[in-house]
Design a protein around this ligand. Sequence first.
Ligand code: MV4
Length: 446
Amino acid sequence: MFEKVLIANRGEVALRIHRACREMGIKTVAVHSEADANAMHVRLADEAVCIGPARPGDSYLNKSAIISAATITGVDAIHPGYGFLSEDADFAEMVEEHGIAFIGPKSEQIRMMGDKLKAREFAKECGLPVIEGSDVLNNVDEARTKANEIGYPVIIKAKAGGGGKGMKIAYNDQEIGTAYMMAKAEAKASFPSDDVYMEKYLQNPRHIEVQILADSYGNVVHLGERDCSIQRQNQKIIEETPSPALNEAQRKEICELARSAAAKIGYISAGTMEFLFEDGKFYFLEMNTRLQVEHPITEAVSGVDIVREQLRIADGAKLGYSQEDIKLHGCAIECRINAEDPETFVPNAGKVTEWHAPGGLGVRVDSEIYSGYKIPPFYDSMIAKLIVHGRTRNGVLMRMNRALEEFVIDGIKTTIPLHQKIMAQPEYIDGIYDIHWLENNIRNFK
Ligand code: MV4
């Protein structure tokens, strides 16, 4: 097994990776910006290297600084976490070229999935259902012709996009020109390529994703699905597993389809296949080639330590179990707690004067925060994940209310009151929500 791993990230995920390493007897190297010198994972790591100023571009996205830190400290592997360089194929390749293991899939797989059109093509070849759509669109006329072929409404997406950036919807011929031009302009500003393509726009889908684990010997398992439909502005707020929208046959169908597609592309490591689900049908959206924020709810119901498995797989170990050995127990929900005003969502960094995390049976808190910690204003506002597990969904809802009530975070505003309101909505309690439900109903929450 690896002796020493560099954690190329910050915040709760850096701590999450440190914990997995520690439990495997692996030494850790933290890299951090000047603003993160006092972070918990920096204190806990065996070694720490400052890689630059606060701005992410100067530190956590600085590939050569991170490779230098890895070389100087003599690590065997780098874990990129999520965000930052986790889906940067060039970085994964650089790591590999330096004789260091990249804890994730091969750079070619990251590169392929980064091209949303290629990913869609591959998904189709692997037997996954995809949304009717186009190839790269070269001009407005092509877009208009294609839209009439597919039928409105349509959505224009950036080939190199993902996460919702650069997507534009057109409901009719009058809107297609602007949608095309705006999608292209946003793609040009945000991504290495300004190529765009079109899909039929699904108006009220749920967002369902399947967790995959695959080793280097062709063994692939799924760990069930997650419903991530509770979101606003492309930021997930709450995730749960299993999805309350699926029956057992639908669950089996989507999980088995995702598992078999991952096997066909020869995928290695942990990954997630994202789908839209509408009117009883699934459509492949994209594949995430990284550890995801919401992985703990899958860990709760499966008992599998996903980060540990990523480390084992990167070291050439076999999964050691097959699909029949995976048993999913009960239900789990994650609330993402952000340092934001719960009404306006304006980020609210500052000093956490008091911190008391809830505990008890079925409650897990993943966070880097401690009493007296000063949240730097340069990064994502998520400060904690509250994950609750139990046998029944109703029991988990009761437990989540209890845990949210126990949480004490003073000195900054957080989104805990928003979570408490969502937990009290009849539609949420009944599991009846799509990807637009939160945005459409939030102003009426009491
Ligand atoms: C869509 C869609 C409806 N129809 N594609 C948003 C993020 C990116 N991964 C894909 N996204 C969407 N693609 C078609 N053909 C709706 C969305 C979408 C969405 C998807 C998942 C979770 C939240 C979302 C919020 C807005 C739009």
